[in-house]
Ligand binder design. Structure first.
Ligand code: SF4
Length: 675
């Protein structure tokens, strides 16, 4: 048996693991003792990461739509059809009738080349990916406030914190290695403050657990700042020396006294004060957050409010301080770094900056489109309206993961060309004109960038099944068929091209990565990588405060729809479940969907545990089993979005945050009754 070192395929922690290989089959996985974050540990998903690789459902050969069926085709037939339809759409409607959705499950090299395919070959900036649905407010909010949308410190820096705020993150289930580090810090004396409407496992461990009403985050974060200012716990030297705009934020915070905050959020004033004193008085304090903060129409304001708090207390640029946005997919950070975004080139260089775009034009010997493209949700809206005619989707399943499923279905059905590259059949491949079978993480070389900016190798352990190919090879083939003059490159050579165009990756070479990887910024080949950002200065000079105010929710409970539905994930499954539902132990642990209901609500509606209920919103309805959860606030329901039997996104709305265009997945007004 051979053991091949690689990186876990699931969450953004990016744990190191070995795949165990016998013959040409993955037969198991085990942790990598030398990995800097996971240090010989894995969560249940990591231990089982190799199981789906050999599943009989894997896509083995290209498929083409004939009538209502998808029939087997050769690679030549499939890619010729893709080329012909792309060219036809481009000629009839222009390049902006085409869009490319890259994959946060794909490698950096695949994301970079798909981005290049969109911009340099198809000539559109309509390129985006699933970060739009999880951390677009982080990219927008933190880039504005501190000049970089990435996690500021390595995860192990949490061990030096005296106080850790965990906000809108079910950390033990979604980022288990981060949770392990937080709990280790707590056992060494750090105070753990958790803000979540649900009593999650980490909330149960907290020194203080506050349960704000969903969608009221700006109010309580401003409330913390209000108390910190009143108690003179702000860091005046830091504010004077490294920031701008504090006075306006101070004025805004003055409106949010603990009593006002209670009236908006339901948080008792004494608990808000206790949390503020804990964070404000700590020598080093950190903020960890996830999609409970970002997936709102005020997502960017929420992120700015957290940045205001960290800046006002000088909690940036040192060990034990920092802001830690937890990225969901294993390579969502990398897909953003690679410029798979409609307004940003690799390294967050603006499409609208003529000097930046000229650098890329020179490197690729082409003219590039200059107007920012559409975001992921806008692409589907445009498809429904008829202005987007062709979409290439890499490894995403929008029918399960995008809001308002009915509209997504109509959008995909309306296309002249839907190409989906994936490893398994999904709800979305069933609508595709062309399905391209591609290699899984165990069948290719490349890199993933973890949530702590750590660029790490993945290594080919086994061959792809049937005729499936590495997606990088597919992209190069398609580029050539579309007439682009680019030669095929190995993943290591693609990384050299990335390094030449993305200054943060300037010093990244495969031979340097080893088991530890390297954290960007790593500007040249002699640079050791960067753990803590912003030690001396921010990339924008002075960090920017910005006052933010609590806004109305896009949808509030009313007589017809009296509950607020929160959607999310569980420990045992990942996103639309295509991999974890094909992993026997994980599927056995959680074989199907349940909606969590507060006991008082359940009693009032005479709903018992395991009884089927109908949940309905203004967009759709579904039927699902109920589970009574005393850890949930009254009036709130919680439904994971992994399960096609009860697709949570049949209920969610397309209401978008104006700054980052993220949909408000965390807030949907719904009704519930016994089925
Ligand atoms: Fe994989 Fe995340 Fe679990 Fe680590 S914590 S083993 S990266 S799923």
């Amino acid at each position: 048996m051979e053991k091949i070192h690689t990186t876990c395929v699931y969450c953004g922690c990016g744990c190191g693991l070995f795949l165990h290989v016998e013959g040409d089959r993955v037969v198991g996985a085990s942790p990598s003792p030398g990995h800097p974050l996971s240090r010989g540990r894995l969560c249940i998903k990591g231990w089982l990461a190799g199981e789906f690789v050999g599943h009989p459902d894997r896509l083995r050969y290209p498929l083409i739509k004939r009538g209502d069926r998808r029939v087997r085709a050769t690679w030549d037939e499939a890619l010729s059809l893709v080329r012909d339809r792309f060219l036809k759409v481009k000629e009839a409607y222009g390049p902006d009738a085409i869009a490319v959705l890259t994959s946060a499950k794909g490698t950096n090299e695949e994301n970079f080349m798909l981005m290049k395919l969109a911009r340099a070959v198809l000539k559109t900036n309509n390129v985006d990916h699933v970060a739009r649905l999880c951390h677009a407010p982080t990219v927008a909010g933190l880039s504005y406030a501190i000049g970089s949308g990435a996690m500021t410190n390595p995860i192990e820096s949490l061990l030096e914190s005296e106080a850790i705020m965990v906000v809108g993150s079910n950390t033990t289930e979604q980022h288990p290695m981060v949770a392990a580090t937080i709990l280790e810090a707590q056992s060494r004396g750090a105070e753990l403050l958790v803000f979540d409407p649900r009593r999650t496992q980490i909330a149960a461990q907290a020194d203080i657990h506050l349960t704000p009403a969903p969608g009221t985050d700006v109010a309580w974060i401003n409330g913390l700042l209000n108390v910190i200012i009143e108690e003179e716990l702000i860091d005046e030297v830091f504010i004077r020396g490294r920031t701008q705009g504090f006075e306006l934020v101070k004025e805004a915070a003055s409106c949010y006294t603990p009593e006002v905050v209670e009236s908006i959020t339901g948080i008792p004033p004494h608990l808000l004060r206790a949390a503020a004193l804990s964070y404000g008085a700590a020598e080093a304090a950190s903020i960890v957050y996830a999609m409970g903060i970002t997936q709102h129409t005020a997502g960017t304001d929420n992120v700015q409010a957290l940045a205001n708090l960290a800046l006002a207390t000088g909690n940036l640029g040192r060990e034990g301080t920092g802001i830690y946005p937890l990225r969901g997919h294993q390579n969502v950070q990398g897909a953003c770094d690679m410029g798979a975004l409609p307004d940003l080139l690799p390294g967050y260089q603006k499409v609208s900056d003529p000097r930046k775009i000229e650098t890329f034009e020179e490197a690729w010997s082409v003219d590039l489109p200059r107007a920012p493209g559409l975001t992921a949700v806008e692409i589907l809206e445009a498809a429904e309206e008829g202005s987007i005619k062709a979409i290439y989707i890499s490894g995403e399943n929008p029918l399960m993961s995008y809001p308002d499923r009915d509209s997504v279905y109509k959008a995909l059905k309306a296309l002249d060309l839907l190409v989906v590259a994936d490893i398994f059949p999904t709800e979305t491949t069933r609508l595709a004109h062309v399905v391209l079978p591609v290699a899984s993480f165990a069948e290719k070389d490349g890199t993933f960038t973890s949530t702590e900016r750590r660029i790490q190798l993945i290594s080919k352990a086994v061959s792809p099944p049937g005729e499936a190919l590495s997606e990088l090879d597919v992209i190069f083939d398609l580029m050539k068929r579309l007439g682009a003059p680019y030669r095929s490159l190995s993943p290591a050579e693609v990384m050299e091209e990335i390094a030449s165009l993305n200054p943060h990756y300037g010093g990244i070479r495969y031979r340097r990565l080893g088991i530890d990887g390297l954290q960007w910024p790593c500007p040249d080949e002699d640079h050791p990588g960067t753990g803590i950002l912003h030690r001396e200065a921010f990339p924008i000079g002075r960090a920017r405060f910005r006052p933010v105010f609590q806004k109305e929710l896009h949808e509030s409970p009313d007589e017809d729809y009296p509950f607020l539905l929160i959607t999310g994930r569980t420990l045992y499954h990942f996103h639309s479940g295509s991999m974890t539902r094909r992993t026997s132990l994980l599927d056995r642990e959680v074989p199907g969907p349940v909606v969590d209901v507060n006991p008082d609500d359940a009693g009032r509606l005479r709903i018992r545990s395991r009884q089927r209920v109908v949940i309905e919103s203004r967009r759709g309805r579904l039927e699902v089993e109920a589970r009574i959860d005393p850890g949930l606030m009254p009036g709130i329901l919680y439904l994971p979005f992994h399960f096609s039997e009860a697709p949570a996104n049949a209920l969610t709305a397309r209401a978008l945050d104006p700054a980052s265009r993220i949909p408000a997945f965390k807030i949907s007004a719904v009704s519930m009754r016994r089925a």
